[in-house]
Design a protein around this ligand. Structure first.
Ligand SMILES: Nc1ncnc2c1ncn2[C@@H]1O[C@H](COP(=O)(O)OP(=O)(O)OP(=O)(O)O)[C@@H](O)[C@H]1O
Ligand SMILES: [Mg+2]
Length: 413
């Protein structure tokens, strides 16, 4: 086989060994060394790598007994010379240089050739070949072959180092990720607990304000109580949205399906909100079909979907505006609810994103309207949990029309 052919083969096999992910590093080095030994036709060869900045260690050798042997750079040796000079060292019986004369006897009169492994201008190790079979020297062309191979060995080592450091980083990241997830879970649990515990006191305030409102006659104090009631309703809605979104996201919310009369559901949803509309002089208009329909769903969730849509409609309606709320039966058991207002409408490019959590198009600046941007996110999740879909349409003229479908067949719980 020609030397070029043999070099091509060895380069190919070194590349294969280097890219074989299943091989351990030690086995890789041994296989690379075997390929070099065969190609250079020598009896002895070894690879040394830096153990630390001052010490080289034999990591692969044709003599397994010396694997693990360490050598300090302070000791005068051919490998120390190669490292310090960053140059290959070739010695045979005709060599005249100092290091050759001093060290030649260590190699039992055989020619030896040491090549530094240099990466980014830094020596990372040394390859050593000696005892050329059938000759007492290495021809210049043979030495060139080893120099060529060296480049590939460096790439193989560097790939391994990178893979190892990536692996280490991956493990560190996985560990940190796990810790973060635990912390996140703890935070979410605490947050949900706190939010849940808020519901009790808010309900008490709502109940007492209700009682108070019945006992007060039409005088100016009633206005204060009604403002407090409206504030409590908003707060209660926010807390409920937060809790239900967390439950829906974690798949912890089990839907309680029951037969629902859509008109009754709309009336119930409106009842809690009338207090908020009084001061705005708004008109509610119901748009129900002549034949009453029916659907199946979670009454409390669907009530809150409607309440969120109605609250938005109230908030964005101009004073004196009309809000239309109704439903129609698409097919038997599938009901489409809708809430329509005469507000500013929603720009086309924002009609999808308003259903994302915390998405608010206009930050309220009056400091009196407290909103979180969770209402529509809750609506979307709750409707989708029923297997339905929620959308918004805005006619060219004015206003928004939100509608959602509660399909006849429940697709998920
Ligand atoms: N009827 C509507 N008319 C005009 N814009 C609306 C209407 N409903 C919602 N939006 C826009 O969509 C955004 C998101 O609505 P969403 O109900 O999710 O949040 P919010 O009402 O701001 O806060 P929250 O409902 O959590 O109190 C609103 O901030 C508003 O910009
Ligand atoms: Mg809202």
């Amino acid at each position: 086989m020609s030397p070029e052919r043999s070099m091509l083969d060895v380069l190919g096999s070194i590349a294969d060994i280097a890219n074989d992910r299943r091989l351990e590093f030690g086995i890789k080095l041994n296989r690379i060394l075997m390929a070099i030994t065969e190609c250079m036709q020598v009896n002895k060869s070894s690879i040394m790598l830096f153990k630390n900045s001052k010490t080289l260690e034999v990591v692969a050798s044709t003599n397994p007994e010396i694997v693990g042997v360490q050598q300090s750079l302070d000791v005068d040796s051919p490998s120390s010379w190669v490292v310090k000079n960053k140059k290959p060292l070739y010695v045979d019986s005709s060599s005249q240089c100092d290091i050759a004369i001093k060290r030649f006897r260590h190699y039992k009169g055989d020619a030896f050739f040491l090549v530094p492994l240099i990466n980014n201008n830094k020596v990372i190790g040394v390859i050593n070949v000696t005892e050329k079979i059938g000759s007492d020297r290495f021809a210049a062309a043979e030495r060139d072959i080893l120099l060529h191979i060296m480049g590939h060995v460096i790439i193989a080592l560097e790939n391994h180092r990178l893979a190892e450091s990536l692996q280490k980083k991956k493990k560190t990241l996985q560990k940190k990720n796990l810790e973060l997830r635990k912390l996140e879970k703890l935070r979410t649990d605490l947050f949900n607990m706190l939010i849940h515990d808020l519901k009790g006191p808010i309900s008490e305030i709502v109940a007492n304000l209700d009682i108070l409102s019945y006992t007060l006659t039409e005088n100016e104090n009633l206005a204060f109580v009604e403002t407090a009631q409206a504030g409590c309703n908003t707060l209660f809605n926010m807390v409920s949205n937060l809790l239900d979104i967390a439950r829906l996201e974690e798949g912890r919310l089990e839907l309680m399906h029951e037969q629902i009369d859509p008109g009754g559901l709309i009336k119930d949803s409106l009842a809690g909100l009338l207090v908020s509309v009084k001061s705005r002089d708004l008109t509610f208009q119901e748009d129900f079909p002549e034949t009453t329909g029916a659907c199946t769903g979670d009454r409390s969730l669907l009530t809150r979907v409607l309440q969120n849509l109605l609250t938005n409609a109230i908030q964005y309606s101009p004073t004196g505006g009309t809000i239309t709320v109704g439903y129609r039966e698409i097919v038997t058991g599938a009901i489409e609810f809708f809430v329509e207002d005469e507000g500013p409408g929603i720009p086309e490019e924002s009609r999808e994103m308003i259903f994302n959590k915390y998405k608010q198009l206009d930050k309220k600046s009056d400091g009196r309207t407290y909103t979180t941007g969770l209402g529509l996110a809750f609506c979307k999740m709750a409707v989708e949990a029923h297997g339905g879909r929620i959308t918004v349409e805005c006619p060219e003229t004015k206003g928004s029309r939100f509608f959602f479908l509660v399909p006849s067949k429940k697709k998920s719980t």
